[in-house]
Design a protein around this ligand. Structure first.
Ligand code: C5P
Length: 230
């Protein structure tokens, strides 16, 4: 049977990005002649996988309306929330009139502009028959230490620890419910952690290491290098 489910993208983009120490949120910093968020959204649109891309934007954000891509017919603007999870939930609610409970949603950070179509389709192809969903992630190559302040407590078995990336892909209805059930919990820093908290486990799919999140000033140079290489 041809899979008739729809795919939606949700992009939380309402953060202030304090660690960048810039004059504007990091998604609006310049990268290869465009803003970070323009690269991210263009990559999602170019993947030709999504019915709609819902973007959560802070209500006080003066930069978003200035971007032509904010008026793209496939892009829907939703109000951002206090935490990342609140922004994602708000974007999901904006899709309620087009998404069915079993449709898939891929949540992708605005601050990850180097996402490739190849990784988006790898995630979709790997998980489209799955009951719950899962995330792109990277294995750890460094030796990992659990610490208390500056004191090492123990060495973790790195074969069992992965770094969570985005997109993170879940069923629309289940994701909305998981985020509603765990709302206000500050330990929810990605979608998978909401599922973990309610006792459901998600899968990992190995992603590309160039799918970095812009967090610190030097990340912009690295992202520029990756975009040029890709
Ligand atoms: O701060 P961090 O890098 O973890 O943010 C990840 C993503 O979540 C960013 O794209 C940021 O804009 C978004 N975010 C949001 N609403 C918040 C906080 C962060 O949409 N309240």
């Amino acid at each position: 049977m041809i899979n008739s489910l729809k795919y939606f993208a949700v992009v939380p983009a309402a953060g202030v990005g304090k660690r960048m120490q810039a004059d504007r949120p990091k998604q609006y910093l310049s990268l290869c002649n465009h803003t970070v968020i323009e690269h991210t959204l263009s990559r999602l649109l170019e993947a030709e996988a999504f019915t709609t891309v819902a973007v959560a934007i802070s209500v006080e954000d003066p930069y978003w309306p200035e971007l032509e891509i904010s008026r793209h017919p496939q892009i829907l603007t939703a109000a951002g929330g206090k935490e990342r999870a609140d922004s994602v939930l708000s974007a999901l609610k904006s899709l309620e009139n087009q998404a069915a409970a079993d449709d898939w949603v891929l949540v992708h950070d605005a601050a990850r502009p180097c996402i490739t179509s190849a990784d988006i389709h790898k995630l979709i192809e790997t998980l489209k028959q799955d009951a719950t969903g899962g995330i792109l992630a990277l294995p750890s190559h460094d030796t990992l230490k659990q610490v208390d302040g500056c004191q090492i407590q123990q060495t973790l078995d790195r074969r069992t620890v992965w770094r969570a990336l985005t997109p993170q892909m879940f069923r629309f209805g289940a994701l909305k419910q998981a985020l509603e059930q765990t709302q206000g919990n500050l330990a929810i820093t990605d979608e998978a952690s909401a599922f973990e908290l309610i006792g459901q486990s998600a899968k990992i799919v190995e992603g590309r290491p160039d799918n970095i999140k812009i967090t610190q000033p030097e990340d912009l140079l690295l992202a520029q290098f990756y975009l040029e290489q890709q």
